[in-house]
Design a protein around this ligand. Structure first.
Ligand code: NAD
Length: 490
């Protein structure tokens, strides 16, 4: 018996006009656990109409009231936390402790933006005629935001859009990933149904159908999307000529650099975590490792020894370290990257195979003898692979880090201040982690450079992205100005 869901539009359950469905699987068993409607342009039209109608009141709802509604969503989420984490784990796949963290981080995002949204925005600037004029710089909500979300952290990455968009006074139409639509509907229906109808809506469906209809809809003024570079480029090609505000958080190929002074035992621990959390399905996963040539063998052996004892299993099974990949096509890509690296001369120290069991599992894999031009070092793998390359000096490694067209994050292991400063100034990425990889700070903006997209979530920047700037020039005096027509004759 599967769990059939409806979409959430204007506070109502809505099924698709086409009658088509999308299956959702447990990636650890390949069993279908539920279905969501395959929505399209009709459902997007209905959701955007509801969001546009709700915007008229929502934008004038006091920020303090909006904050209380967001806090209420947190309270409701806590009431339903076990159910939410259970479904999140079953549908998305990663180990339960990571799911618990994801849920808690998502709620922190709601709390953070609830409070940030209370603060006044905009400013009063000096006027040209101070006795009779007032000049206001206002920060206004855009209107309807289209929030397009991936599957690797479906609640967290949704919260980074939903919370600031709502706190800023926008209304939202969410298009979740096809892979994690059940948990998205569960969260929104259970924990956001106290918001006025139409303020938060969910349209499920495929990217090319529901997602693209949302991007194309003229009343959607902001497209806030997290996903792959290719999808982001496609969305930009549609939205840019319509002059929509684009907020794109795209893929990465993050480097993990071990400095000559680094403690290798601790570096191996940090690397294993940075590369394998969520089975490597993190936009900021360590996907390229650089270590001094004379220390490569020791680091690789330490990492391989740690990786070899990690326990694969369903995310909900106690003791699991690594869950499955979220879908078959994601595992195929990992298999292709490893096979092509091996064909080009890379050596597998541990892993490198698909285990003989149901589910989309792949063994965590450590490779050496990799070249920078192998696909496993250039394209996002998004899986449990750790390719380790050697380098000679820091300037060389900074150039190699920057050789990727993407620029999300980078990690350095070192205690040498001069080297650390040279590194963080030299690398073209949005986040640099010194010794503590993949840790977010809610007050610290997160996002990338280059093809990763340039949007910023979290921090005040994450609220600013959902606010549009307007300048009001106000003269209290209706007397004609002496510089107006007609101009003097001499
Ligand atoms: P994806 O690009 O396949 O899909 C992302 C979302 O876009 C999904 O909801 C999908 O349905 C939708 N979509 C697909 N085609 C569309 C179209 N034509 N029009 C509109 N919407 C469309 O990405 P994914 O596989 O879900 O997620 C993994 C990717 O996300 C990786 O590249 C990863 O690096 C990236 N990611 C980036 C960040 C970040 O903050 N930079 C965070 C997490 C994941």
């Amino acid at each position: 018996m599967t769990d059939d869901r409806a979409m959430w539009i204007a506070g109502q359950h809505v099924v698709s006009s086409t009658g088509d469905w999308i299956d959702s699987e447990d990636p650890a068993t390949e069993q279908v656990i539920g279905r969501v409607p395959a929505g399209g342009a009709d459902e997007v039209d209905a959701a955007v109409a509801a969001a546009a109608a709700a915007f008229d009141d929502w934008r004038y709802t006091p920020a303090n009231d909006r904050a209380e509604l967001l806090h209420e969503a947190v309270a409701r989420s806590h009431q339903h936390l076990d159910v939410l984490i259970e479904l999140l784990t079953r549908e998305q796949g990663k180990a339960r402790p990571e799911q618990e963290e994801e849920a808690e981080w998502a709620l922190t995002s709601l709390r953070y933006y609830a409070e940030l949204g209370r603060n006044g925005s905009g400013r009063v600037i000096p006027s040209g005629e101070p006795r009779t004029q007032l000049n206001l710089v206002l920060k206004e909500p855009y209107g309807v935001v289209g929030a397009i979300v991936p599957w690797n952290y479906p609640l967290l990455l949704l919260s980074w859009k939903l919370a600031p968009a709502l706190a800023a006074g926008n209304t939202v139409v969410i298009k979740p990933s096809e892979v994690t639509s059940l948990i998205t509907l569960e969260w929104i229906e259970r924990c956001f149904d106290h918001f006025p109808p139409g303020v938060v809506n969910v349209v499920t469906g495929t990217g090319p159908e529901a997602g693209e209809a949302l991007v194309r809809h003229p009343e959607v003024r902001v497209v806030a999307m997290t996903g792959s570079v290719a999808t982001g480029q496609h969305i930009a090609s549609i939205a840019a000529p319509m002059m929509k505000h684009l907020h794109l958080e795209l893929g990465g190929k993050d480097a993990f650099v071990v400095a000559p002074d680094a403690d290798l035992a601790a570096a191996a621990d940090a690397l294993t975590y940075a590369a394998l959390i969520n089975a490597g399905q993190v936009c900021t996963s360590a996907e390229r490792v650089f270590v001094p040539a004379d220390r490569r063998d020791e680091l690789a052996e330490r990492v391989a020894a740690q990786v070899a004892v990690l326990r694969l299993g369903p995310g909900y099974a106690p003791g699991t370290d690594l869950g499955p990949l979220a879908a078959d096509r994601f595992r195929d890509k990992v298999e292709r990257h490893v096979a092509s690296a091996v064909a080009d001369g890379a050596r597998v120290l541990t892993g490198g195979a698909t285990p003989d069991r149901p589910g989309y599992f792949y063994e965590p894999t450590v490779l050496v003898d990799v070249d920078d031009d192998m696909r496993i070092m250039t394209e996002e793998t998004f899986g449990p692979t750790i390719p380790i390359a050697a380098y000679r000096d820091l300037d060389e490694v900074i150039d190699r880090v920057n050789a990727s067209p993407m620029g999300l994050g980078a990690t350095l292991r070192s205690s040498d201040p001069a080297l650390i400063k040279r590194f963080y100034e030299g690398v073209k990425v949005g986040t640099v982690w010194i010794n503590d990889p993949l840790t977010d700070n809610y007050a610290g903006p997160f996002g990338g450079m280059k093809l990763t997209g340039g949007g910023r979530e979290l921090g005040p920047e994450g609220l600013e992205t959902f606010l549009e700037t307007k300048h009001v020039h106000w003269d209290f005096d209706q007397t004609p100005k002496d510089w107006w027509f007609p101009y003097p004759e001499d």
